[in-house]
Write a protein that binds this ligand. Structure first.
Ligand SMILES: NC(=O)c1ccc[n+]([C@@H]2O[C@H](COP(=O)([O-])OP(=O)(O)OC[C@H]3O[C@@H](n4cnc5c(N)ncnc54)[C@H](O)[C@@H]3O)[C@@H](O)[C@H]2O)c1
Length: 375
């Protein structure tokens, strides 16, 4: 079959630039797709490092001016892996030039920016890299919830815990600059937990939050805790921190329902724990499933059962699902509109912490139908 070639331009070549480059190269090998992705242009600020990046990952050209790159006629997809403050101008310019836009999370530095980006991109396909939806174990959790195996949800409990904020290697890095990052742990880690929660458990009705900075003189948040009431009647707690000493990347959730309970931790990402409350009470207990097939999400695309996957596969699966939606002319989730809802929740978190009160979240925030997109 003749594949349709899509030329990719990627802006930013750091941590995410490498994760995305790998996904662009691997997706077509693991998943059938009518598209052939061509790694056309990698764009950044440092020529020597761009040359290294291009040679390591097979990018054809390098560029140092994103404004020229995003409007080039031979570019089909613009992928944004820059610090957060550049998401809005790059995405807006790319969308106005009619490009498909892939953007890292958080979508923007404010709700206003996110709204304007979403409006600018309403006629082009978009993707936001909330990649943890595509961990096979998390997708299996979604399937079990959809099949009614958890029943009525009582509790949604999420933590996203790292510790490097206490002794950062580069205290001047963009992640600590409120202008470049927009926020600290909120956009960095809490945004992932909010995206997963609204996808798995539906929209948030009200929330109450505490935002805290431990490091003296630091102008972004180091830790945040949130109490939540969901529209389905369940209650939730969220904790995100870069000062959670002893934790490297504990992105975890537990869901307790009337018929079953689920537990996931990214640090053991091939596993999902399920406590099925049906059947004989004497046989109930946590069952730790190795989610590598057979009949598990994405398993048929990779290795025989028991041959585990890693962090990079979450990006490959996200991109492949996006290409599949593109082929069918269907809306992909999470897109800009979904990420805008996460941005609204983060704004409510800030407002609640500042005003020390509960905040009602507008009913427009993440509908369950939006939350039930393809997995
Ligand atoms: N999905 C995830 O799990 C995940 C994980 C980490 C980071 N992120 C997000 O990815 C984005 C990038 O984070 P990172 O960790 O890769 O950062 P990074 O610091 O490793 O890389 C940032 C890149 O942006 C480039 N850049 C900065 N200013 C530029 C400009 N004016 N023009 C062109 N390029 C420019 C830098 O040269 C660098 O290559 C952020 O939005 C972050 O929140 C997402």
């Amino acid at each position: 079959m003749n594949k349709r070639r899509l030329n990719v331009a990627m802006i930013g070549y750091g941590f995410m630039g490498r994760a995305h480059s790998n996904a662009f190269r691997q997706a077509g090998s693991f998943f059938d797709s009518p598209f052939e992705l061509r790694l056309k242009t990698v764009c950044g600020r440092n020529r020597a490092r761009l040359e290294e990046m291009a040679s390591a990952w097979g990018w054809e050209e390098i560029a140092t001016d994103w404004e020229t790159v995003v409007s080039q006629p031979d570019i089909d997809i613009v992928d944004i892996c820059t610090p957060n403050y550049l998401h809005a101008p790059i995405a807006t310019a790319a969308a106005q030039a009619g490009k498909i836009v892939l953007c890292e999370k958080p979508l923007a530095n404010s709700v206003e920016e996110a709204e304007s980006m979403t409006a600018a991109a309403r006629k082009v396909p978009t993707l936001v890299w909330f990649n943890y939806r595509r961990v096979p174990a998390v997708s299996l959790a979604k399937q079990l919830i959809a099949r009614g195996r958890v029943g009525e949800v009582y509790h949604y409990r999420a933590v996203y815990l790292q510790s490097w904020g206490k002794d950062p290697r580069d205290p001047g890095a963009w992640r600590f600059d409120p202008v470049e990052a927009g926020s600290g742990v909120m956009g960095d880690l809490l945004s992932h937990s909010l995206d997963l929660a609204t996808w798995l458990n539906g929209s948030v009705r009200r929330l109450c939050a505490q935002v805290h900075t431990f490091a003296e003189g630091r102008r972004v948040d180091d830790a945040v805790t949130v109490l939540v009431e969901f529209s389905n009647g369940s209650i939730g707690t969220f904790e995100a921190s870069r000062f959670a000493t002893g934790n490297l990347n504990r992105n975890a959730f537990e869901i307790n329902g009337s018929l079953g309970a689920l537990r996931f931790n990214l640090e053991e990402m091939n596993h999902l724990a399920f406590n099925d409350l049906g059947g004989d009470a004497a046989e109930q207990g946590w069952r730790r499933m190795l989610v590598t097939g057979p009949r598990h999400p994405y398993a048929e695309h990779f290795w025989p059962p028991g041959h585990v996957l890693g962090y990079e596969h979450t990006f490959i699966c996200t991109l492949s699902d996006f290409l599949s939606a593109l082929e069918k002319n269907e809306r992909f989730h999470p897109d800009f509109a979904d990420a805008l809802e996460v941005q609204r929740l983060m704004k409510a978190v800030t407002e609640s912490s500042t005003s020390r009160r509960w905040i009602d979240v507008s009913p427009s925030a993440v509908s369950v139908s939006q939350a039930s997109g393809p997995i």
